[in-house]
Design a protein around this ligand. Structure first.
Ligand SMILES: Cc1cc2nc3c(=O)[nH]c(=O)nc-3n(C[C@H](O)[C@H](O)[C@H](O)COP(=O)(O)OP(=O)(O)OC[C@H]3O[C@@H](n4cnc5c(N)ncnc54)[C@H](O)[C@@H]3O)c2cc1C
Length: 395
């Protein structure tokens, strides 16, 4: 069985980028079909990011999808930098007038899926063998299989929002994209523990044993990370070893980390990656499909949302006024924020992680940088404005 369908914007991927784009288009009266390779339960349960920039929350609010986020999200007005046996607060709100909100990515995705379904517009889960065709024509096509039927979706444009391992980026002919990448020789071992956070704020911790991060998802769920080898086997880390190492890095005189049952654990490698341009013909890449950052700067999810905000506005101008300029400039516009976030994420990562084989010289440079950030209002403001996110876009 096969059929042909038609839409204005074919969106591949129902992560934050695809779902935010779909809703922003809906609000402008633009049709889209969202195709997602996985099932709804899987997508809604995928635990990833948790720090939302000020502008991300404002956008979700304007879109009318921030009801639960406003109720359950945890506003954070600062975070701690820990090094040399002491903590130093970075006063995000005092330095920038803005703050961040801690709210799990899976909750954002859940809210967006509910909003999409409420519009009655199509969101196809378990779309198999998605492939892109005729991208350089005025009617690009997305072919996929769903419940045994072969479907050809004829679109005006295609949005590739299918993450770092998706298919859209690879559909662009060889020689079009330039790739800029850096692999880091370490990763993060992350856990989710059923225990109240031990600190009200995030703690980014430099230690001679390697980086650690104390974070949280809710008042009863703590998220903790340890720097580990990039190819670390999770089996080598029974729960006792994880807690022992977290205590060794994070505990201070008079402060100890609270423990609880570990309900999720995994290892994430770390990579910086950007492709340029983020568009080819009628295909526009957004989010992790076009770029990834190491998670130290908490930028991945926020960048995905920022990309599609630019893309939705450009598509709106095109459909409403026939103005092609914003769409033609999409990649250039989005890449300004992308590269700012790439630099910030690289900078936070290199300041806080111990490189394998790193010597005392490396450590002294890192500690000097940390002491500068903690003691200079100018340096702390630079960190804070990058962390809460630039509004408007960085120059
Ligand atoms: C394990 C992990 C931990 C992370 N932790 C953090 C963190 O702590 N902080 C932070 O800021 N960022 C973190 N990130 C990054 C952040 O989660 C991403 O930047 C964010 O999810 C990007 O959103 P996206 O919509 O671009 O891509 P994704 O969320 O990856 O969504 C892409 C969607 O496309 C679907 N898809 C893939 N291929 C196809 C296909 N062929 N056809 C149809 N659909 C397809 C996928 O199933 C997925 O639902 C983490 C990422 C990972 C992988």
């Amino acid at each position: 069985m096969s059929r042909t369908e038609r839409t204005q914007v074919g969106i591949v991927g129902a992560g934050p980028a695809g779902l935010v784009l779909a809703h922003l288009l809906h609000l402008q009266g633009i049709d889209s079909v969202v195709l997602e390779a996985r099932g709804r339960e899987y997508v809604e349960g995928r635990i990833r990011a948790g720090v939302l920039e000020h502008g991300t929350v404002e956008l979700l609010d304007e879109m009318g999808v921030a009801g639960r986020l406003r109720e359950q999200g945890l506003p954070h007005h600062g975070f701690e930098l820990q090094f040399g046996g002491a903590r130093h607060r970075i006063d995000l709100s005092g330095l920038t007038g803005r703050h961040i909100t801690v709210y799990g990515q899976q909750e954002v995705v859940r809210d967006l899926i509910a909003a999409r379904l409420a519009t009655g517009r199509p969101l196809v889960f378990e779309a198999e063998d998605v492939s892109l065709h005729e991208l350089e024509s005025e009617s690009p096509r997305v072919r996929y299989r769903h419940r045994g039927a072969e479907v050809e979706l004829v679109c005006d444009v295609v949005a590739g929002c299918d993450g770092h391992h998706g298919t859209c980026r690879d559909s662009i002919p060889d020689g079009v994209l330039s790739v800029f990448a850096r692999d880091y020789p370490f990763g993060w071992l992350g856990i989710l523990a059923e225990v109240a956070p031990s600190s009200e704020e995030l703690i980014y911790c430099w230690s001679e044993r390697g980086f650690a991060l104390h974070s949280m998802r809710t008042p009863r769920l703590t998220r903790l990370y340890l720097q580990c080898a990039h190819d670390e086997e999770i089996e080598a880390w029974p729960d006792d070893r994880i807690w022992e190492e977290l205590h060794a890095r994070l505990d201070l005189d008079g402060w100890t980390l609270g423990e609880g049952p570990i309900v999720e654990k995994g290892v994430t490698g770390m990579r910086s990656f950007v492709v340029e341009p983020m568009q080819h013909g009628r295909l526009f890449l957004a989010g992790d499909a076009a770029h990834i950052v190491p998670p130290t700067g908490a930028k991945g999810l926020n960048l995905a949302v920022a990309d599609v905000r630019v893309l939705a506005a450009a598509l709106g101008a095109w459909y409403r006024e026939g103005d092609t300029a914003p769409l033609a400039a999409y990649s250039e516009t989005a890449l300004r924020r992308v590269w700012r976030a790439e630099h910030f994420s690289w900078w936070m990562t290199t300041m806080l992680h111990r490189p394998p084989g790193g010597d005392v010289f490396d450590a002294k440079l890192q500690l000097s940088q940390l002491a500068y950030v903690a003691s200079s209002r100018a340096a702390a403001t630079s960190l804070a404005e990058n962390y809460v996110g630039f509004e408007p876009d960085p120059a």
